[in-house]
Structure formats: C-alpha cells, structure tokens
Design a protein around this ligand. Structure first.
Ligand SMILES: [Zn+2]
Length: 157
C-alpha cells in the first residue's frame, strides 16, 4: 500500500504570480523601476568582449548592476584594447544611472513573481574591490609605461 500524499510532489516551492511588468524591477519585482543599461568590457590584446545589462531595474538593483559592471571593466578591461576604452564605459554607465538613481526607494509589489525576493544589495564600488584595484594598478602602470616608451621613441633622437 502506498501513501499517495507522501509521494506527490509538493507544490509549495512553485512561486505563484505574474511576471514583472513595465515599471517593475525585472530582478525583484519592486516599483518604481526604469529601463537601465549598463556595460562592462573585458579584453585581451586585440580581443574584447562587451557585456550589456539592459532591463527594467529598481534603484537598488540598478546600483548593484552598475557597480558589478564597473568592477568587471576595471578588472578585465586593462589587458588589451579595453585599456584605452575603459573610461568610456565608466562615464557611460554613470550617465545612464541618472534616471535610476533619481527613483524612489523600491517597494515590493504584491502578486509579482520575480527571480529575487527583495532588491539586490549593491556591493562595494570597484575602487573598494581588491581584484579591480590590483588590476587597475598593474594594468594602469602597464599602459603608462607603454605610452612613455612610445613617446620616448618618438621624441628621442
Ligand atoms: Zn530590483
């Protein structure tokens, strides 16, 4: 004799609710949210890869994505062409954060099933992350040396 109730899978882990709609954060379902784009670049010699995050985001999730994107750029951007493009990504990300930063504190919306239960907690900015700092010191020094060598080669007889 089998106990059917015990063998049936429990539906309690199925999240009920609708998908986040316009004006609701795609990550946590909170409002208010605004369409935000952030980009990071990683590079090696002449190869580079740009990662783009583009979605409706509440203020907290946008800030978290923003800091992660910048940390990625400052960690992985130096080792190739990204070393001459990294500043465009930092400036662009900062400019595109204006709308999200002007939003009110995120509030959960009832009945929305989002991937996260609450807004993301932003990590440290890139300049407080060890990997990004070390990479920036090494990569930045490398680029300065390269520029110095090129300038010296052009100026010296
Ligand atoms: Zn959110």
């Amino acid at each position: 004799m089998t106990n059917l109730e015990a063998t049936e899978s429990s539906p309690s882990n199925v999240v009920a609710g609708r998908e986040p709609a316009d004006g609701e954060c795609r990550f946590c379902g909170s409002t208010p949210a605004v369409k935000t784009t952030q980009q990071g670049i990683g590079s090696f010699l002449i190869f580079y890869r740009i990662t783009t995050w583009r979605d409706q985001m509440c203020r907290s999730c946008a800030e978290a994505v923003h800091r992660d994107a910048n940390a990625k750029t400052m960690t992985w951007g130096w080792w190739g062409l990204g070393g001459i493009m990294f500043w465009m990504f930092l400036l662009g990300n900062a400019a595109r954060m204006r709308a999200a930063r002007a939003l009110d504190h995120p509030r959960r919306t009832a009945g929305v099933a989002a991937p996260l239960n609450e807004p993301m907690v932003p990590g440290e900015p890139w300049f407080r992350r060890r990997a990004a700092l070390v990479a920036t010191c090494i990569g930045g020094t490398g680029w300065l040396l390269l520029v110095a060598i090129v300038v010296a080669a052009l100026v010296l007889p």
